[in-house]
Design a protein around this ligand. Structure first.
Ligand SMILES: C[S@@+](CC[C@H](N)C(=O)[O-])C[C@H]1O[C@@H](n2cnc3c(N)ncnc32)[C@H](O)[C@@H]1O
Length: 411
């Protein structure tokens, strides 16, 4: 390989992986296992550097990130006129073609929000700069598509600390749909967890993958399916990888972007890697674990999710009441996300459920580590188990804790 080619392959780019608030530490830990450098944890995500092939691996392997953005440019600005002229001064005709659609989303950090106020207006300013440059160069302009654009751009306007002015960071979203949409979620359920939150909860248990793992209030099965994928070594994107290889479907935005589709040094090895991954996934799907258990008073929902996730028969499933069910072994992890009384169940019913569940845990689950995701303040007070630790999580907007209890072994 000549030096020029070597240099091209190793060229590092800057990226930002976003995640739900309070999952930043989990994302940072995950990124440390990947071929990336300059990892920097920030509010709502992690910045890092790597080459373009490596970022595609990160995209397929992260269980925690919501999206990954490639940094295209940074403009020091003082006002929106600056923003327009700096955007217009760039090379947008090289980033995308006339027949490709785009969309701009703008986010303001707290300093920028004091000055700029209207992020929608800033998105229009950036769009105008891009299309005006495009028209000057090519005589025509590409169209905006707010639903399913080929190029979803993100502009982050940040204060410059002690210096005056702001930085406008222009990113390209290389994912399209959020990475937490794994492809197994069925529509129409009241309170499922986000898949990346469920994966973080599994990480937080420090499960060694050999112990029993049990969700006695499994609902649609998010926690249990994430645990199953972790145990089986399936990448979180395994359903999308199988689709991408088997059909002409393009589940990711990067597949429609020029930096990827016009670069044989990236597309060829990546396609080969996807095919190898698909083969490995098929093999892994054939090796069913025997230590993952789920139950609920209604198991119709999890059955549909398991079918969509291609994980039928990987989980031992029972229709049972969590206040009565007995253990599957002498030790292991019990984890659940009971109703909080906010969206599901009345307050009194919920308090009684927590009390009866706590009593059942005490009597039947000696030797287990028990994790319950619930509101920081609420029905959890009725569980009457001794709290060992609490990890803060946000379930949507709800301020929750993953409460950990260690239950003494049966005498
Ligand atoms: C908040 S949902 C769980 C959502 C689940 N983590 C998911 O991602 O889909 C609470 C679940 O607890 C179940 N549940 C309520 N009372 C129960 C009981 N006594 N025994 C077992 N499951 C119960 C409900 O049927 C519901 O599926």
């Amino acid at each position: 390989m000549n030096d020029k080619k070597k240099g091209q392959k190793k060229r590092l780019q800057s990226y930002f992986a976003s995640c739900p608030l309070r999952l930043e530490d989990f994302l940072e830990t995950e990124l440390k296992t990947q071929s990336v450098s300059d990892i920097q944890k920030v509010h709502g995500g992690v910045k890092f550097k790597c080459d373009e092939l490596s970022v595609l691996k990160v995209l397929h392997f992260t269980r925690i990130a919501s999206r990954i953005f490639k940094l295209l440019d940074v403009y020091p600005i003082n006002n929106q006129d600056d923003l327009y002229s700096k955007v217009k001064n760039k090379w947008w005709h090289k980033v995308f073609d006339l027949d490709q659609t785009f969309k701009i989303t703008t986010l303001l950090d707290p300093d920028a929000a004091k000055i700029f106020k209207n992020s929608l207006h800033l998105s229009r300013v950036i769009k105008d700069g891009m299309v005006d440059q495009y028209r000057d160069e090519k005589g025509e302009r590409p169209n905006v598509d707010t639903n399913n654009p080929d190029l979803p751009f993100l502009a982050r306007i940040e204060g410059r600390g002690k210096k005056d002015g702001f930085n406008a960071l222009i990113y390209l979203d290389i994912c399209g749909k959020p990475l937490s949409d794994r492809g197994y979620r069925q529509p129409g359920h009241a309170a499922p967890l986000r898949e990346n939150l469920a994966a973080a909860m599994v990480y937080q248990t420090n499960w060694d993958k050999h112990e029993n793992f049990f969700d006695p209030m499994c609902g649609t099965g998010t926690i249990i399916i994430e645990a199953c994928a972790i145990k089986m070594g399936l990448p979180p994107s395994y359903l999308k990888i199988l689709k991408a290889v088997d059909s002409i479907e393009k589940p990711y935005a990067y597949q429609k972007q020029n930096w990827y589709k016009e670069n044989n040094d990236i597309i060829n090895p990546h396609q080969k890697w996807l095919v190898e991954q698909a083969d490995e996934i098929e093999t892994k799907l054939g090796k069913k674990p025997n230590n993952i258990f789920a139950s609920d008073i209604r198991i119709d929902k999890i059955k549909k999710s398991l079918q969509a996730a291609k994980l039928n028969y990987c989980i031992q499933l029972a229709k049972a009441d969590a206040t009565e069910i007995d253990t599957f072994g002498d030790s292991g992890i019990v984890i659940c996300n009971p109703p909080y009384g906010e969206r599901l169940g009345t307050e009194e019913e919920t308090k009684e459920l927590y009390y009866q569940f706590g009593q059942n845990i005490k009597h039947n689950f000696g030797g287990h580590k028990v994790f319950v995701l619930s509101l920081q303040k609420g029905p959890i007070g009725n569980i009457h188990l001794k709290t060992k630790a609490k990890t803060p999580f946000l379930n949507g907007q709800l301020d929750c804790r993953l409460f950990e209890y260690e239950i003494n072994p049966k005498k």
